[in-house]
Design a protein around this ligand. Structure first.
Ligand SMILES: [Zn+2]
Length: 232
């Protein structure tokens, strides 16, 4: 059980290296009462597998598709708030463009149509409805969903109309194997859904937790970093 009372140190600001002191960095904190109220009922419900007390709000800087400096909030399991703060600080320093970062409930089921980058939301897995999605555990992030669509085995590329974006041949906001954005996630132990056979999920990154329990948070191992092996 993770509690915030045991984790005041989790309220933090990533240390910026001296050379990057002028750059904004991501910060994280427990969910505010307003955030809890906004999430409750759809983005989160009492039957969801992770309590609101175990989720964190990560406030991250990003560069949007027009090159403007922005700030957005990602909700994620508090165990991985430091990971997410570090990854998005690196994406910002690399000027990786992101359309919009927004808590899921601001767009709800239409988040992908709106191209919103989101973290936690409580849903069954789209391709395995008997299981909770990694998003329901707060261990997954969808990034630029229109530029990085999901291949639904029945319905085709999702969200609708994104088939033209499916090729991984470059383009604003796309993630490809070995790309700088892909490597920023991998450095912190986050794997890519772009390698899922048959149900390619280019928007989806998930914390690599290794074990045999359906609940990823109960597994015995977590990967602090991943090494990409492009020859396989
Ligand atoms: Zn996802």
């Amino acid at each position: 059980m993770h509690t915030w009372s045991a984790g005041l140190a989790l309220v933090g600001v990533l240390a910026a290296c001296a050379a990057a002191q002028a750059d904004p960095v991501a910060t994280f904190q427990p969910l505010s009462q307003a955030q809890r109220a906004a999430m409750t009922g759809d983005a989160w419900r009492p039957e969801c597998p992770v309590p609101l007390d175990d989720l964190a709000a990560v406030t991250v800087p990003y560069v949007d598709f027009e090159g403007a400096e922005r700030s957005g909030t990602l909700v994620i399991h508090q165990r991985f708030a430091g990971d997410v703060a570090a990854i998005f600080t690196e994406l910002h320093q690399a000027a990786f463009p992101i359309r919009i970062i927004s808590p899921w409930e601001n767009f709800g089921d239409k988040y992908a149509e709106h191209d919103a980058t989101v973290g936690s939301y409580c849903r069954r897995a789209q391709d395995a409805p008997e299981s909770w999605s990694g998003h329901a555990y707060g261990v997954a992030i969808d990034i630029n969903p229109r530029e990085n669509p999901f291949l639904d085995a029945q319905l085709g590329w999702w969200p609708a109309g994104t088939a033209p974006y499916a090729p991984r041949d470059g383009g604003i906001g796309k993630v490809a194997a070995g790309s700088p954005a892909f490597l920023a996630f991998a450095r912190h132990g986050w794997a890519w859904g772009g390698f899922y056979p048959g149900v390619t999920d280019y928007m989806h990154f998930y914390k690599s937790l290794v074990g045999f329990t359906p609940n990823p948070l109960a597994r015995a191992y977590e990967a602090p970093t991943l090494t990409y092996i492009p020859s396989r």
